[in-house]
Write a protein that binds this ligand. Structure first.
Ligand code: MRU
Length: 370
């Protein structure tokens, strides 16, 4: 997508595949910086420190990480060790396991001397497919947005269609386009009158820092709100549709996504507002049904709750990132990074194959296509 008129992806190969580079998301929106990843342990760090984040993107970064591991040592033991360490970086989003498994099983069956090339091919396909999958989600989402706009009352038809989103499920969370934001980009490119409410998404503020950065770069009208404002806006009729992403969706349609998603789904349900989840099929965990019981939700450092990062203007107008404390000394924080929205609160799952019901039957339809 677009940054200052230039097209970027979030991840790309360098040196003919000897390393890969990413956009450092911990520096955004204040600094646009790329980071070169030359070893598989650097890939482990980039994923665990959230230099790259977002379910589809960590899958792709994991696959390129495994490719680097094979360049270092293509034998079974080293390969398995790298696989184990990469998969342990972030436990919740299933795309990481999906991508690592896909590459691992493709490569482990091959003779050692063929592994590096095969891994590069597979990681590249995962990355390329992600782009077309996300674009397809965008096309299907555009039809949905058009339908919702057509159903607006005549009095409201000149007002923008208000879309609320949570966290960052944009192109920064994927290779390009995004999941929840892909329909928004398609709608904006098609000239539709839309406006996006961006949940700030405490504690790491992926909405305020990443989604707002993306939407501004693409020129999409948007407003950042505190996480608690969504319910009030919905009661007032200022939200027409909610679209969020997913880190893992179960075979009966429960959706695990960034903490706070569940509360938005409850508020949307109470106010009869359509609540859609945009996801590639690689985010579906076919092995499990009950999201609340069966998904391991990552708990992150309490410091993300007790402190907040931003920029400050120091002498000579130099902008510096600073971490400030919000709570009394010694205060304890608790930081579950995701929550589970039960299927009955989800109006539909917006996938690369179109929209299906968030139910066993809906997901079965998808499985038949795959
Ligand atoms: O912790 P993060 O920033 O990796 O969490 C990201 C989200 O929760 C996104 O909403 C989700 O990955 C869907 S992204 C296409």
């Amino acid at each position: 997508m677009n940054i200052e008129g230039n097209h970027w992806r979030t991840i790309w190969l360098d040196e003919g595949g000897k390393s890969f580079s990413v956009i450092d998301q911990n520096q955004l929106p204040h600094k646009f910086q790329t980071l070169s990843i030359k070893t598989w342990t650097e890939a482990v760090n980039a994923i665990s420190k959230m230099t790259v984040r977002g379910a589809p993107l960590i899958g792709v970064a994991g696959a390129y990480g495994l490719m680097l591991a094979l360049q270092e040592d293509p034998r079974d033991e080293a390969f398995q060790n790298a696989y184990q360490q990469l998969i342990a970086t972030r436990p919740t989003a299933v795309n990481l396991k999906w991508a690592l498994d896909r590459l691992y099983y493709k490569v482990i069956a091959l003779p050692v001397e063929e592994r590096v090339e095969a891994a590069k091919r597979e990681a590249d396909s995962i990355a390329e497919e992600d782009v077309s999958i996300c674009e397809s989600i965008g096309f299907h989402g555009l039809s949905l947005i058009k339908k919702i706009q057509a159903n607006k009352s005549v009095d409201d038809s000149s007002k923008p269609l208000n879309i609320l989103t949570h966290c960052n499920a944009g192109w920064l969370a994927t290779v390009d386009w995004g999941t929840a934001l892909a329909p928004i980009y398609k709608a904006h490119h098609a000239g539709l009158n839309i406006h996006v409410w961006v949940d700030e998404t405490r504690p790491r503020n992926q909405g305020a820092s990443l989604t707002a950065f993306e939407l501004a770069s693409e020129g999409v009208p948007h407003t950042v709100i505190v996480d608690n404002a969504g319910g009030y806006l919905m009661q007032k009729g200022d939200v027409d549709i909610v679209i969020v992403g997913s880190d893992r969706t179960t075979s009966r349609g429960d959706v695990c996504n960034k903490i706070g998603t569940y509360l938005k789904a409850l508020a949307a349900h109470a106010n009869s507002i359509p609540f859609y989840v945009a996801l590639p099929c690689s985010s579906i965990d076919w092995e499990i049904e009950d999201g609340l019981k069966e998904i391991k939700v990552e708990c992150r450092s309490s410091k993300e709750v007790t402190h907040i990062k931003g920029i400050t203007t120091k002498s000579d107008s130099l902008l510096e990132m600073e971490l400030v404390q919000l709570v009394p000394d010694g205060c304890v924080g608790f930081n579950p990074a995701f929550d589970i929205t039960p299927a009955h609160l989800v109006s539909g799952l917006l996938t690369e194959y179109g929209i299906v019901k968030a139910s066993k039957e809906g997901l079965k339809e998808l499985l038949e296509i795959l």
